[in-house]
Design a protein around this ligand. Structure first.
Ligand SMILES: CC/C=C\C/C=C\CCCC/C=C/C(=O)SCCNC(=O)CCNC(=O)[C@H](O)C(C)(C)COP(=O)(O)OP(=O)(O)OC[C@H]1O[C@@H](n2cnc3c(N)ncnc32)[C@H](O)[C@@H]1OP(=O)(O)O
Length: 308
């Protein structure tokens, strides 16, 4: 594992093309205790679980189900992002895995997005470390060499929507109470260029322009209309539909699919890789502003009051 963590992002030659191969470089193995339990049976299926993420790999199909299990709302804390990145990295290196399904083990929530408490009332060093882990999860999922399908079985604002969009295909539960979208503007914060570009590549320029400025959140049926999700199905069928879907993708020769994916996505990945430090600086400058901290504090309070 340490070897995996020490590796940086690299390009792997594949015929005449180069594929992206990410590395989770948080350097946090010592501070984060990932007490994972794992087991492997004779057909090389395996299960592992850490505090925020559970992974079940079916060795006979090559499909891994990665479940978010961070109560109460799967908010993406530094620890959550680190565990998720490590789990995905392990699966990427595991030859018996050909594709992953990302979903939630919690009812009604896919993910509440980035953990706002990681961006509020902390010091600049913490913000920088946190933002680096946000960059890493996007680099990992968007540049994933294997198939990634989002089985969105609950609401998925902001960072949750970003991770869904970074997958190859999205299936959402048809509950009209669920919402998905990049709502950052409603918090008084701004989605950075790589969030924006991921959305443009998913739903197009004009829809992104409106979505970002208003911080729009879409119901499943509206998300389907604009192409933010690819399929809407009854909640009880989300995982089975994701499994059927990934099986169709698995019928395509891996090398052809991987190279095609890389051809589409590599320019965007390279753009962030080339500007990681300045992107972190921008984030820290932005998030430490009094006005932004005030907005986030106000938003956190409004979430709590809504409940009361
Ligand atoms: C120029 C630009 C340069 C640089 C970049 C600069 C800017 C930074 C960009 C940052 C990008 C940010 C991305 C994000 O993801 S921000 C997070 C956005 N998320 C949300 O807005 C979701 C908020 N939550 C909700 O809407 C609801 O909680 C939700 C998910 C629908 C669930 O509803 P419900 O089941 O009713 O649960 P509660 O609301 O009661 O919540 C339970 C509990 O969880 C706390 N909580 C909810 N969401 C978060 C969160 N994202 N982070 C931390 N904590 C969260 C909530 O407060 C409750 O806490 P309590 O203590 O009261 O139990």
């Amino acid at each position: 594992m340490a070897a995996v963590l020490r590796r940086g992002f690299r390009l792997v030659s594949f015929g005449s093309s180069q594929l992206l191969c990410g590395g989770c470089k948080h350097g946090r193995t010592s501070s984060l205790s990932i007490c994972s339990t794992s087991s492997r049976n004779s057909s090389s299926s395996s299960s592992s679980s850490s505090s925020h993420v559970k992974v079940d790999l079916d060795g006979s199909t090559g499909i891994a189900v990665v479940k978010f299990q961070s109560s109460p709302v799967n908010s993406m804390s530094l620890d959550f992002l680190t565990e998720l990145c490590i789990s995905l990295e392990k699966l990427e290196l595991d030859r018996s895995c050909r594709g992953v399904i990302l979903t939630s083990a919690l009812p009604k929530i896919f993910s509440a997005g980035l953990d706002i408490t990681e961006m509020y009332g902390k010091n600049p060093e913490h913000y920088a470390e946190f933002w680096k882990s946000v960059q890493e999860i996007w680099l990992k999922v968007y540049g994933y060499s294997k198939i990634a399908i989002a089985a969105i079985n609950g609401s998925s604002p902001a960072g949750g929507c970003l991770v869904s969009m970074a997958c190859d295909y999205r299936i959402m539960a048809d509950d009209p109470r669920y919402r998905i979208g990049l709502n950052e503007a409603q918090l008084g914060i701004v989605a950075p260029f790589w969030f924006k570009d991921t959305m443009v590549n998913t739903v197009g320029f004009r829809t992104t322009e409106l979505s970002l400025q208003f911080g729009l959140m879409y119901s499943p049926s509206d998300a389907l209309k604009i192409g933010l999700v690819d399929q809407v199905v009854p909640e009880e069928n989300v995982l089975s539909t994701a499994t059927e879907t990934i099986t169709k993708w698995l019928a395509i020769p891996d090398h052809a699919r991987e190279i095609s994916k890389s051809m589409m996505r590599k320019p965007m990945v390279d753009r962030l890789l080339a500007s990681r430090e300045s992107d972190i600086k921008n984030f820290v400058n932005f998030i430490t502003k009094d006005s932004i901290q005030k907005s986030l504090g106000f938003y956190m309070n409004s979430l709590k009051q809504r409940k009361a």
